[in-house]
Design a protein around this ligand. Structure first.
Ligand SMILES: [Zn+2]
Length: 178
């Protein structure tokens, strides 16, 4: 940080304290050359994430939409609300750390799938079935095969449970993906 008066690159920090209700750190500095004092603020960069939808429209990332989509897939699976929130936090944090601010909705879908696979297999298949818009039994079988080749031995029972529950469940598409 160059001195605003003489442009000298080095300074020393006289004082650091929390500012803006803990959202930033205020530092009082003294230039090592001209000895004049100036103040800097340091805060976490938070840039809005833009989602590119399938139809090409853009909208700001909305974590409540992601949460709703995941909640629907996790209905009656015993996944706790805290786990759901953590999942959304992880996805949001990952998107925040990217250098590109625009993300296609299908990439968010894939991030959700990656995590659901380790959290709950039923939820994984449900989400995949809606999100990947299965066009027939072939897509469904492909996803099951993928799950069985990568997941634990409990995949079989998860799949059976999924098929049993599908009959009762109203099929709807997570709104984030459209
Ligand atoms: Zn200076």
């Amino acid at each position: 940080m160059r001195c605003p008066f003489c442009q000298f690159p080095d300074n020393r920090v006289l004082e650091s304290r929390s500012a803006e209700s803990g959202q930033s750190v205020r530092r009082r500095r003294e230039c090592l050359q001209c000895e004049r004092r100036f103040t800097t603020y340091e805060r976490i960069e938070f840039v809005p994430i833009v989602v590119i939808k399938r139809n090409g429209d853009r909208e700001s990332f909305d974590r409540s939409k992601v949460l709703r989509g995941i909640m629907r897939a996790c209905e009656k699976t015993g996944v706790s609300p805290v786990e759901l929130e953590n999942l959304v936090d992880e996805i949001e944090a990952e998107l925040q750390q990217r250098t590109v601010r625009e993300v296609p909705s299908y990439e968010i879908g894939e991030l959700i799938l990656q995590r659901l696979q380790t959290v709950n297999e039923v939820a994984y298949i449900r989400f995949a079935s809606v999100y990947r818009q299965f066009r027939g039994i072939r897509d469904f079988v492909d996803t099951l095969n993928h799950l069985q080749s990568t997941a634990t031995a409990s995949a079989d029972s998860a799949i059976n449970e999924f098929i049993a529950q599908e009959g009762e469940r109203e099929t709807s598409t997570p709104s984030i993906l459209h």
